[in-house]
Design a protein around this ligand. Structure first.
Ligand code: SF4
Length: 704
């Protein structure tokens, strides 16, 4: 920090590498090392940073950082060996030259393709990729591997929200930035905990509340923002659809809907009206645990507001009915005319710093860049011309389907860039067994992650502060990130590594810099119209869609029409469904998983950050005080959590904001991996697993 006797000798402007808020920041460096980080005046952060952005910058220089290509030693089994030390990987892997490692990486993949066809290969890119890296990665899979088996962690995050948004309004993007909350009269936050997961966005909600915006929090768990809330509904976990349909019922029966808006901009309202008529607040109250009176009050507040917005997070999306949850939220906004104007809108808060951009750039199995369906011959032919290739029409497999296809023996080889499925996928024993079964696995990352421990070849990649590239945040702002420090050892920029593999697939790629990739992207992605690399270098950030080279982008979209064939949005009625694995006598407690403020996703970066790891060094599970008392445990004692799939033991933390009958476990701790417990059951539309609800049992650990 600044108290340090070291004085910075220069600064580099970039963007935070953690969450989808996309805070702009400045690295202060001396002798090419980052001394400290400050917020810049970006549109989404106004100089603010949270603890991750401010302190989470030293992971690239962690002693276990990969600096040399590695090849698995012969005879070393593919498994998570408790003896393995990521700082000393040469027990299990031998060091190799780039030439040897790349040749071996490509040879294995090409060989499987030749022997078994394109369907034998798959790739996981990452929402930690820059836009340019994501573009190159999906291009390599589509053109080189020859299939659409390419996906990334959006599948585990907002796939269901995007499925519902695409179906109902024809686009997966947010209709308004979160800064618009400052203009709103009413803001609903549901299935999200912004203070923890989008901390700087939370400051905008607090400011809005101070200005008089009524904040309504709808979530089973309590949270810090409740102190700013006008109303809080802590409903029964998994009953979102019941609660939201009850709100729609009130809006319909009390005539609170916006007739003019519905007539001009929507279709299917009459069917929705009939559909929700029997889902009265009284009937739904039994399912969702909220009184009819409270449901009525919140429905009226939202519908009668001049300007209202809905924000949501993983609490909505990570259910087998995640798409239904999002459909209900969209119906609320459409019925009440709460989109398309300042202070109104639908905003699924994006998790990763570049989950929006990586999805836009095509790291999705059923669509080419900008969500253009691979099954559409016209779309394919445009990309075939751009890339001088022929493309496969069959949509590829999603994350969990790829894991299942490995188990079934269809997929035999994989290329994984920056993702950690050995920690992030549901039912980890199953996912890890699949990774071990792969005949050839190439992992490109900063560290020997849990996933890399299953690799045949590990390629040392570039950390965010070491590379140039653009990222797109939750507000549709495309922003410029800049290299601030040199790559350590033999580590290489990710775009270079992908290109080297592409060349070994016989593709004549010759990009010299991410700028060249961005230029190509502008030819295939209408969303980037009027946004050039040079413009981003100059202006730091441009929001899409953008109407002209010198115009600002649109903060609020779909004011006149929706990007659907008819220009109208569609109501999609839903019915409450039970969770896939309801609690019962044997497993009477609800397990829910998620993030912590200090740790990011699977922890591969933040657990290697000194300040953040000092703040939260141990695996913890949060439970209500009464729950802990019932088990006869004191805070800080060990607690065992068991589901039908696995068991973990970790420290118990008392959290008065937890409801009784529920336990929360962050999924960042390898030593007590939450996903050993989770249920892989999928939402049928978004193919997202039910991370937010599994039946579990809490107990004192058995005597050792
Ligand atoms: Fe980074 Fe998100 Fe924190 Fe901003 S709010 S500093 S983008 S983690």
């Amino acid at each position: 920090g600044r108290g340090n006797s070291k004085i910075a000798d220069h600064t580099v402007d970039s963007v935070c590498p953690y969450c989808g808020v996309g805070c702009q920041l400045t690295y202060h460096l001396k002798d090419q090392e980052i001394l400290f980080v400050e917020g810049r005046d970006g549109p989404s952060n106004h100089n603010r940073l949270c603890v991750k952005g401010r302190f989470g910058f030293d992971y690239p220089r962690h002693p276990s950082r990969l600096t040399t290509p590695l090849i698995r030693r012969e005879g070393v089994a593919k498994r998570l060996d408790p003896e393995f030390d990521p700082a000393n990987p040469t027990t299990h892997f031998r060091e190799a030259s780039w030439e040897e490692a790349l040749d071996m990486a490509a040879r294995g993949l090409v060989g499987l393709k030749n022997d078994h066809g394109p369907d034998a290969l798959a790739g996981f890119g990452s929402a930690k990729c820059s836009n340019e890296e994501a573009w190159l990665f999906q291009k390599l899979v589509r053109v080189g591997f020859g299939s659409n088996n390419v996906d990334h962690c959006t599948r585990l995050c907002h796939a269901s929200s995007v499925a519902a948004l695409m179906e109902c309004i024809g686009s997966g993007v947010v209709t308004a930035s979160f800064m618009q909350a400052l203009e709103s009269d009413v803001v609903i936050l549901t299935g999200c905990n912004p203070t923890i997961n989008h901390p700087v966005a939370a400051t905008f909600f607090k400011q809005a509340a101070k200005k008089g915006t009524k904040i309504i929090i709808i979530d089973p768990r309590g949270q810090a923002l409740e102190a700013y809330a006008h109303k809080t509904l802590r409903f029964t976990p998994g009953s979102d659809v019941a609660l939201l349909n009850a709100m729609l019922n009130i809006i319909v029966t009390e005539g609170l809907y916006d007739e003019a808006y519905i007539a001009k901009h929507t279709e299917g309202f009459e069917a929705l009206k009939t559909h929700v008529i029997d889902m009265t607040p009284e009937a739904m109250s039994y399912l969702c645990g909220i009184s009819a009176e409270d449901i009525r009050e919140v429905a009226r507040l939202y519908a009668n507001a001049d300007k209202a917005m809905i924000f949501w997070g993983m609490g909505i999306s990570q259910h087998i009915h995640g798409t239904d949850n999002a459909r209900c939220l969209i119906s609320l906004a459409l019925a009440c005319g709460q989109t398309g104007r300042p202070g109104t809108g639908l905003h699924p808060l994006r998790g990763q710093n570049n989950v929006q951009g990586a999805s836009d750039a095509g790291l999705i199995p059923m669509v080419l860049p900008d969500y253009q369906p691979v099954s559409d011959a016209q779309v394919r032919s445009a990309f075939e011309e751009l890339w001088n290739t022929t493309l496969e029409a069959k949509p590829g497999l999603t994350v969990v389907e790829i894991i299942d296809a490995i188990t079934a023996g269809t997929i035999r080889g994989m290329y994984i860039l920056g993702e950690n499925p050995a920690m992030s996928d549901p039912d980890l024993d199953h996912a890890r067994a699949a990774l071990a079964k792969l005949e050839h696995l190439v992992v490109q990352d900063l560290f020997v992650t849990e996933t890399a421990q299953y690799a045949d070849v590990i390629l040392p990649a570039s950390a965010w502060p070491e590379k140039d590239g653009t990222v797109t945040n939750t507000n549709r702002q495309v922003q410029m990130g800049r290299a601030a420090m040199p790559l350590p050892g033999q580590a290489k920029p990710d775009w270079w590594i992908i290109q080297q593999l592409a060349q070994r697939f016989g593709l004549p790629w010759n990009y010299q810099h991410p700028r060249d990739v961005f230029d190509e992207m502008t030819k295939g992605m209408p969303s980037l119209d009027h946004i050039s690399w040079e413009r981003l270098e100059r202006e730091q950030t441009v929001t899409y869609p953008c109407p002209a080279d010198d115009a600002p982008g649109a903060d609020v979209v779909f004011s006149d029409a929706f990007p659907t064939p008819s220009g109208r949005a569609k109501f999609s009625p839903t019915r409450p469904l039970p969770p896939d694995e309801p609690i019962d006598d044997a497993y009477p407690t609800v397990l829910t998983t998620g993030r912590q403020l200090e740790h990011w996703h699977t922890g591969s970066m933040t657990r290697r950050t000194k300040v953040l790891d000092d703040l939260e060094p141990d695996a913890v599970a949060s439970v209500a005080p009464s729950e802990l008392a019932r088990l006869g445990l004191a805070p800080g004692e060990q607690l065992t959590i068991t589901t039908r799939r696995g068991e973990i033991t970790l420290m118990a933390r008392v959290d008065p904001q937890m409801p009784e009958g529920m336990v929360f476990v962050p999924f960042c701790y390898a030593e007590a991996a939450a996903n050993l417990l989770t249920n892989p059951a999928l939402d049928p539309f978004g193919k997202i697993p039910e991370f937010k609800y599994a039946a579990c049992r809490l107990s004192r650990p058995e005597a050792m």
